[in-house]
Ligand binder design. Structure first.
Ligand code: FNR
Length: 380
């Protein structure tokens, strides 16, 4: 159908906007405050200029890479997103299955709506990761790790850019609650989105799988649950409590990257949470090369924020990322068409990456280097 015919992630975004209620679409599509960080991330990818080599043999363009000691089929990781069953009833299971089929990792969020064992049962052959927010009750944080570990999740991603909830003004204006409630305004809108509301009202009630939280606005739940007093000492504690690979997500400065490398993390994600936390934070694609230069020999550096195409992935890898996390891109697919929509996003990213590698004269993803890319000056 229309999902299979989508020519790029933008097409899936438009389909998603047509299917999901406005407040659900805006929860995914929006960002914090003036949404400047999000706009700048997109703008940085627009400023990428490729500098292709010609007359290279590009008959083959292998995309597989090794990260954290294991091979994945392309340098893409499906990042953690909260409340995924709100986007589509198939939720986290569908995302994990699509990732499994594509041979890329999937990261379940602390704010997920499917329990960790159900996710790994849905995708037993996938590489399933767990993302932790440190909650006020430290014992509870350890319980989450044990649960994830028992479920077979062997990579931990600790997100550090949410000491408090960011101000997502679209959510505030819609009065978005978790779970969404059918009030007068949304009831009127529901007339235009009958399929979504039917699915929503007939599927398993939407709630967090890992954290308790009375229904309410997401920022309120976040601030009640999350511990804003977390420091680098807590990270040392997590490092000692978790035996597998440990990534820290939300790194926005070179000096922090150095401190984290010193703690012995296996990787870090240069990220501003897709612009959903501190507005006007550094643009990940611009910050990436400095971080790679500072710590890339000691820890694996990843990037997220604004990745919407395989060409974006190629640019980030050329600038030093081991792989890109993606958030909204797969959520648009999920909202547009459930598991098939996520699969379509991954097919598009792969086809765009292969084509870019060939047109760049790079051949395999392993041949991407900084000389193949420059960032045009702003406004250029
Ligand atoms: C997120 N993100 C996120 N990150 C995290 O560590 N834990 C979480 O629960 C969530 N939840 C979440 C929900 C939604 C709807 C979005 C869009 C994002 C951030 C996410 O992992 C990632 O950092 C960004 O999405 C990257 O930017 P792009 O790819 O969306 O531009």
């Amino acid at each position: 159908g229309r999902v299979a015919a989508a020519a790029d992630v933008g097409d899936l975004r438009r389909l998603a906007r047509g299917r999901a209620p406005r407040m659900v679409f805006d929860y995914v599509d929006g960002a914090a405050e003036g949404e400047r960080s999000m706009a700048r991330a997109a703008e940085a990818f627009r400023r990428v200029e490729f500098r292709p080599r010609v007359l290279r043999d590009v008959a083959e363009a292998p995309t597989a890479v090794e990260i954290l000691g294991r091979r994945i089929s392309m340098p893409v990781v499906l990042g953690p997103t909260g409340f995924t069953r709100m986007m589509h009833r198939a939720g986290e299971r569908a995302v994990a299955r699509a990732a499994e089929r594509a041979g890329v990792p999937y990261t379940l969020s602390t704010m997920g709506t499917t329990p960790a064992p159900a996710v790994t049962a849905a995708a037993p052959g996938g590489w399933n990761w767990f993302q932790l927010y440190v909650v006020r009750d430290r014992a509870r944080s350890l319980d989450m790790l044990a649960l994830a570990r028992e479920a077979g999740m062997d990579v931990l991603v600790v997100t550090v850019d949410v000491p408090v909830a960011g101000a997502r003004l679209r959510d505030v204006r819609h009065g978005l609650t978790v779970p969404p409630s059918l009030r007068w305004r949304s009831a009127l809108q529901a007339l235009g989105r009958p399929a979504w509301w039917f699915d929503f009202l007939t599927s398993e009630p939407l709630r967090f799988a890992t954290v308790d939280g009375a229904p309410g606005d997401l920022a309120g739940i976040t601030n009640l649950m999350f511990d804003p007093s977390v420091t680098m000492r807590d990270l040392e504690w997590i490092r000692s409590a978790w035996q597998g690979p440990l990534l820290v997500k939300g790194v926005q400065r070179v000096d922090d990257a150095k401190d984290l490398a010193a703690v012995g993390v296996d990787g870090l994600v240069v990220s501003n949470h897709g612009g959903r936390q501190l507005d006007r934070s550094p643009t990940p694609l611009e910050l990436l090369p400095e971080v790679v230069d500072a710590v890339g020999d000691r820890t694996e550096v990843f990037l997220d924020g604004g990745v919407r195409s395989g060409a974006d992935v190629a640019a980030a890898v050329a600038l030093g990322a081991r792989a890109c996390f993606v958030g909204r891109a797969y959520l648009y697919g999920l909202m547009a068409g459930g598991e098939g929509g996520v699969t379509r996003v991954l097919e598009l990213l792969r086809a765009e990456l292969v084509r870019t590698l060939q047109l760049l004269g790079a051949g395999g993803v392993g041949n991407l280097d900084r000389d193949l890319v420059r960032l045009r000056p702003a406004g250029g």
